[in-house]
Design a protein around this ligand. Structure first.
Ligand SMILES: Nc1ncnc2c1ncn2[C@@H]1O[C@H](COP(=O)(O)OP(=O)(O)OP(=O)(O)O)[C@@H](O)[C@H]1O
Length: 344
């Protein structure tokens, strides 16, 4: 029997994933990653749920304490990005380094042929594709996973709707029902409220500063640059403005922000580095997502010296350095790169 290691979070998707793979005839084992050093009962509660599911299915489960790696690769990067005035994407880092890095290594060490998760995405071992449930699709977050990892990945949720998984799970017995009654996990697993609450633990974010317009005129005040991301339009003052103003850039060095009217935030060219490509081509046409919840924008990409220059067919608004540009052809992810600069 082929073995599959399932990354189990204590949530419904990964719990149903384990059930489905067992029904398909795989030998299933689970692994729970302790990603943070939390002492508030968070891990204990997740592990209890996993234990119940494991008992119900009659499977083995492991606990892997990976908090040190997670802190270094994901958490510190997240905090530092805000200090540097960029907008991070911790889930993308986690998928590459932790879930399909360290957790995959763990699965292989335990002689599993595959690592399955409850992500909403598809893979054929060569590429990643959007999931059928477009409202839950997580292909964006998976696009930095190394090409070498793809043949080992399984996403049994790929063709399902989240609501159907919840309905299905609630009928599987008490251990599953309990999980469906939990609150949905938050978007970023270590952010309980808002990102600024996390950053506050590491820096004094409430240091008022000056707001400039694009011509360099002092036009107002703000609460501290770390409160803002590109495209934000609230929480700062612009004296005498009749139209809404948006954050155009953040300057950590002197704690200033530059704001402009909507049209001044429109950009046509995006530069990105640290590429992770699933194709060999260096000049191609495709569509690109410049943040998770954005539309697919038609573009032309040219890659040179591990840098991508992305020429958009139509201008985009509020594109932030630090976010990921993910390249698609139809539903297929062909690669991704981290945004460094944008130009009109
Ligand atoms: N702490 C963890 N340990 C092991 N695997 C995890 C952990 N957190 C997440 N995963 C895996 O990654 C998948 C996607 O994570 P995400 O945080 O998006 O979960 P989710 O959408 O809330 O899913 P679930 O309902 O399974 O929690 C999960 O379905 C699970 O397979």
């Amino acid at each position: 029997m082929e073995k599959v290691m399932v990354g189990m979070s204590g949530g419904i998707d990964s719990s149903v994933t384990a059930y489905m793979l067992q029904k398909e005839g795989y030998e299933v084992e689970g692994v729970y990653l302790k990603l943070h050093n939390r002492t508030d009962g968070y891990h204990e509660s997740n592990i209890k749920d996993i234990e119940n599911v494991a008992k119900f299915l009659g499977i083995k489960y492991h606990i892997l304490d990976i908090a040190e790696d997670f802190t270094k690769e994901v958490y510190d990067y997240f905090v530092n990005s805000y200090l540097e005035g960029t907008t991070p994407n911790p889930c993308v880092k986690c998928n590459r380094q932790i879930k399909f890095g360290k957790m995959l290594d763990f699965a292989k060490e335990h002689k599993a042929s595959y690592l399955a998760t409850g992500h909403y995405a598809k893979t054929d071992g060569e590429f990643i594709y959007e999931a059928d449930d477009k409202t839950k699709d997580q292909s964006y977050f998976l696009s930095q996973v190394e090409k070498e990892a793809l043949p080992f990945m399984m996403f049994p949720m790929s063709t399902y709707k989240k609501e159907d998984i919840v309905k299905f799970g609630s009928k599987l017995g008490d251990s599953y029902k309990r999980i469906t009654e939990k609150n949905e996990s938050q978007e970023i697993c270590f952010v309980d409220t808002v990102y600024t609450d996390v950053i506050k633990k590491h820096a004094n974010i409430d240091q008022p500063g000056v707001v400039f317009d694009e011509e360099g005129n002092e036009v107002g005040t703000h609460k501290g640059y770390m409160h803002y991301t590109i495209g934000k339009r609230r929480g700062f003052t612009v004296h005498g403005a009749h139209e809404p103003h948006f954050v155009k850039s953040l300057n950590p060095k002197d704690n200033t922000i530059i704001v402009g009217k909507k049209e001044s935030l429109e950009i046509n060219i995006v530069e990105a580095n640290n590429l992770n490509m699933y194709i060999e081509d260096t000049n191609f046409k495709c569509t690109v997502k410049l943040r998770y919840r954005s539309n697919l924008l038609p573009c032309e990409v040219s890659i040179k010296n591990d840098k991508a220059s992305i020429k958009l067919k139509k201008s985009a608004f509020g594109v932030a350095a630090g976010q990921l540009a993910v390249f698609y052809i139809d539903e297929k992810v062909i690669g991704s790169a981290w945004i460094t600069n944008t130009f009109k």
